[in-house]
Design a protein. Structure first.
Length: 89
């Protein structure tokens, strides 16, 4: 939709439009992939941005995009795609 209807140079965020902490995102990924290892946070590094929330209003305004897929479902589909398409070395 964006490639057909948007012809400007400014970026547009596509997403669900809600806030999630980085920790909660990682814990969701851990759950979805069945990771059994330990998560270790490098506390010697700067905190950076503890959470993310993209403003998706521009996508709706410019070309009518509104996410239809629930975040968890989309993340699971992305993980499945990655597993299927990852390059084996």
């Amino acid at each position: 939709m964006a490639t057909e209807k948007y012809d400007k140079s400014e970026p547009v965020n596509l997403g669900a439009g809600f806030e999630i902490t980085i920790k909660d995102l990682i814990m969701l990924i851990v759950e979805l992939i069945g990771f059994q290892g330990e998560i270790r946070w490098d506390i010697t590094k700067p905190n950076g941005q503890p959470r993310r929330c993209l403003d998706v209003s521009k996508a709706e305004k410019e070309f009518g995009f509104r996410a239809k897929t629930k975040f968890r479902e989309g993340l699971m589909k992305t993980i499945q795609w990655y597993k299927k398409n990852q390059v084996k070395s």
